[in-house]
Design a protein around this ligand. Sequence first.
Ligand code: NDP
Length: 285
Amino acid sequence: MTARILDGTALSASVRERLAVRAAALKARGITPCLAVILVGEDPASSVYVRNKVNACEKAGLRSLQDIYPAEVDPALVLARIAELNEDPAVHGILVQLPLPKQFDSAAVLEAIAPEKDVDGFHAENVGALMQGAPRFIPCTPYGVMEMLKSQNVTLKGAEAVIVGRSNIVGKPMAMLLLAADCTVTVCHSRTRDLKFHTRRADILVAAIGKAKMITGDMIKPGATVIDVGMNRLPAEQGGKLCGDVDFESAKEVAGLITPVPGGVGPMTITMLLANTIEAAERIL
Ligand code: NDP
Protein backbone atom coordinates (compact mmCIF):
# COMPACT_ATOMS: atom_id res chain seq x y z
CA MET A 1 0.00 0.00 0.00
CA THR A 2 1.23 3.51 -0.71
CA ALA A 3 0.00 6.25 1.59
CA ARG A 4 -2.02 9.25 0.50
CA ILE A 5 0.00 12.44 0.88
CA LEU A 6 -1.44 15.15 3.12
CA ASP A 7 -0.35 18.29 1.28
CA GLY A 8 0.19 21.09 3.81
CA THR A 9 0.99 23.65 1.14
CA ALA A 10 -2.34 23.16 -0.64
CA LEU A 11 -4.33 23.14 2.61
CA SER A 12 -2.49 26.29 3.74
CA ALA A 13 -3.41 28.08 0.54
CA SER A 14 -7.11 27.40 1.05
CA VAL A 15 -7.04 28.33 4.75
CA ARG A 16 -5.09 31.52 3.96
CA GLU A 17 -7.73 32.53 1.39
CA ARG A 18 -10.36 32.40 4.11
CA LEU A 19 -8.09 34.29 6.51
CA ALA A 20 -7.51 37.03 3.92
CA VAL A 21 -11.29 37.55 3.78
CA ARG A 22 -11.37 37.98 7.59
CA ALA A 23 -8.39 40.38 7.45
CA ALA A 24 -10.16 42.42 4.76
CA ALA A 25 -13.35 42.57 6.89
CA LEU A 26 -11.30 43.93 9.79
CA LYS A 27 -9.65 46.49 7.52
CA ALA A 28 -13.06 47.66 6.36
CA ARG A 29 -13.75 48.46 10.03
CA GLY A 30 -10.48 50.39 10.32
CA ILE A 31 -8.39 47.65 11.93
CA THR A 32 -5.35 46.16 10.22
CA PRO A 33 -4.30 43.02 12.11
CA CYS A 34 -0.68 43.47 13.11
CA LEU A 35 1.93 40.95 14.22
CA ALA A 36 5.14 42.11 15.93
CA VAL A 37 8.06 39.71 15.61
CA ILE A 38 11.20 39.90 17.74
CA LEU A 39 14.35 38.13 16.58
CA VAL A 40 17.54 38.02 18.61
CA GLY A 41 20.78 36.90 16.95
CA GLU A 42 21.72 35.67 13.50
CA ASP A 43 20.74 31.99 13.65
CA PRO A 44 20.09 31.22 9.95
CA ALA A 45 17.10 28.92 10.58
CA SER A 46 15.44 31.49 12.88
CA SER A 47 16.04 34.24 10.33
CA VAL A 48 14.36 32.15 7.62
CA TYR A 49 11.37 31.39 9.90
CA VAL A 50 10.95 35.08 10.71
CA ARG A 51 11.20 36.07 7.05
CA ASN A 52 8.57 33.47 6.12
CA LYS A 53 6.23 34.71 8.85
CA VAL A 54 6.60 38.34 7.79
CA ASN A 55 6.05 37.48 4.11
CA ALA A 56 2.97 35.42 4.97
CA CYS A 57 1.53 38.39 6.89
CA GLU A 58 1.99 40.70 3.93
CA LYS A 59 0.35 38.27 1.51
CA ALA A 60 -2.68 37.80 3.76
CA GLY A 61 -3.20 41.56 4.27
CA LEU A 62 -1.75 41.74 7.80
CA ARG A 63 0.75 44.34 8.96
CA SER A 64 3.97 43.18 10.58
CA LEU A 65 6.68 44.82 12.65
CA GLN A 66 10.15 43.37 12.99
CA ASP A 67 12.64 44.06 15.76
CA ILE A 68 15.98 42.43 15.13
CA TYR A 69 18.63 42.53 17.88
CA PRO A 70 22.25 41.37 17.89
CA ALA A 71 22.90 38.12 19.80
CA GLU A 72 24.69 39.92 22.64
CA VAL A 73 21.83 42.39 23.36
CA ASP A 74 20.94 43.14 26.98
CA PRO A 75 17.70 41.22 27.74
CA ALA A 76 16.36 44.34 29.53
CA LEU A 77 16.17 46.10 26.17
CA VAL A 78 14.08 43.33 24.66
CA LEU A 79 11.79 43.23 27.71
CA ALA A 80 11.31 47.00 27.45
CA ARG A 81 10.34 46.62 23.79
CA ILE A 82 7.84 43.88 24.66
CA ALA A 83 6.30 46.18 27.30
CA GLU A 84 5.94 48.88 24.64
CA LEU A 85 4.31 46.48 22.18
CA ASN A 86 1.96 45.23 24.93
CA GLU A 87 0.67 48.80 25.32
CA ASP A 88 0.39 49.57 21.60
CA PRO A 89 -3.28 49.23 20.54
CA ALA A 90 -2.26 48.87 16.87
CA VAL A 91 -0.36 45.64 17.66
CA HIS A 92 -2.51 42.52 18.05
CA GLY A 93 0.05 39.71 18.21
CA ILE A 94 3.59 39.51 19.62
CA LEU A 95 5.98 36.69 18.86
CA VAL A 96 9.52 36.17 20.14
CA GLN A 97 11.41 33.77 17.89
CA LEU A 98 12.97 30.93 19.88
CA PRO A 99 15.59 29.86 20.79
CA LEU A 100 17.00 32.93 22.55
CA PRO A 101 20.72 33.36 23.33
CA LYS A 102 22.13 32.09 26.65
CA GLN A 103 21.88 35.35 28.60
CA PHE A 104 18.05 35.23 28.28
CA ASP A 105 15.59 33.60 30.65
CA SER A 106 13.27 32.41 27.87
CA ALA A 107 10.39 31.63 30.22
CA ALA A 108 10.55 35.16 31.66
CA VAL A 109 10.49 36.64 28.16
CA LEU A 110 7.44 34.60 27.19
CA GLU A 111 5.69 35.60 30.43
CA ALA A 112 6.37 39.27 29.62
CA ILE A 113 4.10 39.12 26.57
CA ALA A 114 0.53 40.21 27.32
CA PRO A 115 -1.53 36.97 27.29
CA GLU A 116 -4.12 38.55 24.95
CA LYS A 117 -1.34 39.19 22.39
CA ASP A 118 0.46 35.87 22.88
CA VAL A 119 -0.32 34.43 19.44
CA ASP A 120 2.19 31.60 19.90
CA GLY A 121 0.21 30.44 22.93
CA PHE A 122 3.30 29.93 25.10
CA HIS A 123 2.36 32.21 28.04
CA ALA A 124 1.57 30.22 31.20
CA GLU A 125 -1.97 31.63 31.29
CA ASN A 126 -2.62 30.39 27.77
CA VAL A 127 -0.97 27.04 28.46
CA GLY A 128 -3.27 26.72 31.50
CA ALA A 129 -6.34 27.60 29.44
CA LEU A 130 -5.44 24.90 26.90
CA MET A 131 -4.90 22.40 29.69
CA GLN A 132 -8.37 23.21 31.09
CA GLY A 133 -9.93 22.59 27.69
CA ALA A 134 -10.80 26.24 27.02
CA PRO A 135 -7.91 27.41 24.82
CA ARG A 136 -7.51 31.08 23.95
CA PHE A 137 -4.49 30.76 21.66
CA ILE A 138 -3.52 27.29 20.50
CA PRO A 139 0.23 26.90 19.79
CA CYS A 140 0.58 27.16 16.02
CA THR A 141 2.22 23.83 15.16
CA PRO A 142 -0.22 21.54 17.03
CA TYR A 143 -3.07 23.80 15.87
CA GLY A 144 -1.93 23.25 12.27
CA VAL A 145 -1.75 19.49 12.83
CA MET A 146 -5.34 19.43 14.14
CA GLU A 147 -6.51 21.37 11.07
CA MET A 148 -4.71 18.87 8.83
CA LEU A 149 -6.42 15.93 10.56
CA LYS A 150 -9.78 17.69 10.34
CA SER A 151 -9.32 18.43 6.63
CA GLN A 152 -9.01 14.71 5.94
CA ASN A 153 -11.81 13.64 8.30
CA VAL A 154 -9.37 11.44 10.21
CA THR A 155 -11.29 9.61 12.93
CA LEU A 156 -10.13 10.97 16.27
CA LYS A 157 -12.75 9.70 18.70
CA GLY A 158 -11.32 6.62 20.41
CA ALA A 159 -8.22 6.55 18.18
CA GLU A 160 -4.84 5.56 19.61
CA ALA A 161 -2.67 8.67 19.20
CA VAL A 162 1.04 8.40 19.89
CA ILE A 163 3.21 11.49 20.03
CA VAL A 164 6.97 11.15 20.01
CA GLY A 165 8.37 14.27 21.72
CA ARG A 166 7.24 16.15 24.84
CA SER A 167 8.38 19.73 24.24
CA ASN A 168 6.32 22.67 25.50
CA ILE A 169 5.86 23.99 21.97
CA VAL A 170 4.85 20.81 20.14
CA GLY A 171 4.55 17.52 22.04
CA LYS A 172 2.69 18.62 25.17
CA PRO A 173 0.10 20.91 23.53
CA MET A 174 -0.38 18.28 20.82
CA ALA A 175 -1.22 15.75 23.53
CA MET A 176 -3.78 18.13 25.09
CA LEU A 177 -5.51 18.77 21.76
CA LEU A 178 -5.71 15.10 20.80
CA LEU A 179 -6.99 14.26 24.27
CA ALA A 180 -9.65 16.96 23.95
CA ALA A 181 -10.61 15.35 20.63
CA ASP A 182 -11.23 12.03 22.43
CA CYS A 183 -8.08 10.20 21.33
CA THR A 184 -6.34 7.86 23.74
CA VAL A 185 -2.98 9.60 23.97
CA THR A 186 0.50 8.22 24.62
CA VAL A 187 3.47 10.58 24.81
CA CYS A 188 6.91 9.09 24.17
CA HIS A 189 10.31 10.72 24.78
CA SER A 190 14.01 9.96 24.92
CA ARG A 191 13.59 7.74 28.01
CA THR A 192 10.74 5.66 26.57
CA ARG A 193 11.77 2.03 26.92
CA ASP A 194 10.38 0.42 23.77
CA LEU A 195 9.51 3.17 21.32
CA LYS A 196 8.53 0.81 18.52
CA PHE A 197 6.01 -0.99 20.77
CA HIS A 198 4.18 2.32 21.19
CA THR A 199 4.49 3.68 17.66
CA ARG A 200 3.21 0.43 16.15
CA ARG A 201 -0.02 0.77 18.14
CA ALA A 202 -0.71 4.26 16.80
CA ASP A 203 -3.69 5.02 14.58
CA ILE A 204 -2.31 8.56 14.57
CA LEU A 205 1.44 8.98 14.97
CA VAL A 206 2.94 12.44 15.47
CA ALA A 207 6.74 12.69 15.28
CA ALA A 208 8.21 15.82 16.91
CA ILE A 209 11.70 14.69 17.79
CA GLY A 210 14.28 16.65 15.85
CA LYS A 211 16.12 13.53 14.60
CA ALA A 212 16.24 13.02 10.84
CA LYS A 213 14.37 9.94 9.53
CA MET A 214 14.17 8.30 12.97
CA ILE A 215 10.69 6.81 12.49
CA THR A 216 10.98 4.04 9.91
CA GLY A 217 8.30 2.03 8.14
CA ASP A 218 8.66 -0.96 10.48
CA MET A 219 7.66 1.30 13.41
CA ILE A 220 4.31 2.19 11.85
CA LYS A 221 0.94 0.41 12.03
CA PRO A 222 -0.36 -0.40 8.54
CA GLY A 223 -2.84 2.27 7.45
CA ALA A 224 -1.90 4.75 10.20
CA THR A 225 -1.97 8.52 9.81
CA VAL A 226 1.60 9.79 10.17
CA ILE A 227 2.24 13.46 10.92
CA ASP A 228 5.87 14.50 10.60
CA VAL A 229 6.59 17.71 12.51
CA GLY A 230 10.38 17.38 12.28
CA MET A 231 12.49 19.84 10.34
CA ASN A 232 16.06 18.69 10.06
CA ARG A 233 18.79 19.89 7.73
CA LEU A 234 20.78 16.93 6.36
CA PRO A 235 24.58 17.36 6.34
CA ALA A 236 26.07 18.75 3.11
CA GLU A 237 27.55 15.34 2.19
CA GLN A 238 23.99 13.94 2.23
CA GLY A 239 22.69 16.72 0.00
CA GLY A 240 21.95 19.38 2.66
CA LYS A 241 18.19 19.00 2.12
CA LEU A 242 15.42 19.57 4.65
CA CYS A 243 13.94 16.33 5.98
CA GLY A 244 11.53 15.20 8.66
CA ASP A 245 11.73 12.89 11.65
CA VAL A 246 10.05 10.19 9.57
CA ASP A 247 11.84 8.14 6.95
CA PHE A 248 9.35 9.09 4.26
CA GLU A 249 10.37 6.42 1.73
CA SER A 250 9.79 3.42 4.02
CA ALA A 251 6.91 5.04 5.95
CA LYS A 252 4.78 5.80 2.90
CA GLU A 253 4.69 2.09 2.04
CA VAL A 254 2.99 1.31 5.36
CA ALA A 255 1.00 4.39 6.40
CA GLY A 256 -2.47 5.25 5.09
CA LEU A 257 -1.93 9.03 5.17
CA ILE A 258 1.35 10.89 5.61
CA THR A 259 2.63 14.47 5.66
CA PRO A 260 5.75 15.27 3.61
CA VAL A 261 8.69 17.46 4.68
CA PRO A 262 8.92 20.07 3.30
CA GLY A 263 5.34 20.95 2.37
CA GLY A 264 3.55 19.38 5.34
CA VAL A 265 3.24 20.78 8.85
CA GLY A 266 5.62 23.73 8.21
CA PRO A 267 3.30 25.83 6.03
CA MET A 268 0.35 25.07 8.33
CA THR A 269 2.28 26.37 11.35
CA ILE A 270 2.66 29.77 9.72
CA THR A 271 -0.96 29.73 8.59
CA MET A 272 -2.18 29.18 12.15
CA LEU A 273 0.00 32.07 13.33
CA LEU A 274 -1.91 34.29 10.91
CA ALA A 275 -5.17 32.78 12.20
CA ASN A 276 -4.24 33.55 15.82
CA THR A 277 -3.25 37.13 14.96
CA ILE A 278 -6.52 37.77 13.12
CA GLU A 279 -8.42 36.18 16.00
CA ALA A 280 -6.64 38.51 18.45
CA ALA A 281 -7.63 41.53 16.34
CA GLU A 282 -11.25 40.32 16.05
CA ARG A 283 -11.51 39.94 19.82
CA ILE A 284 -11.00 43.67 20.39
CA LEU A 285 -13.94 44.65 18.16
P1 NDP B 1 12.73 19.52 21.32
O1 NDP B 1 14.17 19.25 21.11
O2 NDP B 1 12.30 20.57 22.27
O3 NDP B 1 12.02 18.14 21.78
C1 NDP B 1 12.33 16.95 21.17
C2 NDP B 1 11.62 15.83 21.88
O4 NDP B 1 11.98 14.60 21.26
C3 NDP B 1 11.97 15.71 23.36
O5 NDP B 1 10.81 15.51 24.13
C4 NDP B 1 12.88 14.48 23.41
O6 NDP B 1 12.78 13.73 24.60
C5 NDP B 1 12.35 13.66 22.26
N1 NDP B 1 13.37 12.76 21.77
C6 NDP B 1 14.64 13.05 21.42
N2 NDP B 1 15.29 11.94 21.05
C7 NDP B 1 14.41 10.91 21.16
C8 NDP B 1 14.49 9.53 20.93
N3 NDP B 1 15.62 8.96 20.51
N4 NDP B 1 13.39 8.79 21.15
C9 NDP B 1 12.24 9.34 21.57
N5 NDP B 1 12.11 10.67 21.81
C10 NDP B 1 13.19 11.44 21.60
O7 NDP B 1 12.11 19.77 19.87
P2 NDP B 1 10.77 20.52 19.38
O8 NDP B 1 9.58 19.88 19.97
O9 NDP B 1 10.94 21.97 19.51
O10 NDP B 1 10.83 20.19 17.82
C11 NDP B 1 10.81 18.86 17.34
C12 NDP B 1 11.06 18.89 15.84
O11 NDP B 1 10.01 19.61 15.21
C13 NDP B 1 12.34 19.60 15.41
O12 NDP B 1 12.83 18.96 14.23
C14 NDP B 1 11.89 20.99 15.06
O13 NDP B 1 12.72 21.62 14.11
C15 NDP B 1 10.55 20.69 14.46
N6 NDP B 1 9.59 21.79 14.52
C16 NDP B 1 8.88 22.01 13.40
C17 NDP B 1 7.92 22.98 13.36
C18 NDP B 1 7.14 23.16 12.12
O14 NDP B 1 6.55 24.20 11.92
N7 NDP B 1 7.09 22.15 11.24
C19 NDP B 1 7.68 23.86 14.52
C20 NDP B 1 8.42 23.47 15.69
C21 NDP B 1 9.35 22.49 15.68
P3 NDP B 1 13.25 14.32 26.05
O15 NDP B 1 12.16 15.25 26.46
O16 NDP B 1 13.35 13.12 26.89
O17 NDP B 1 14.56 15.01 25.82
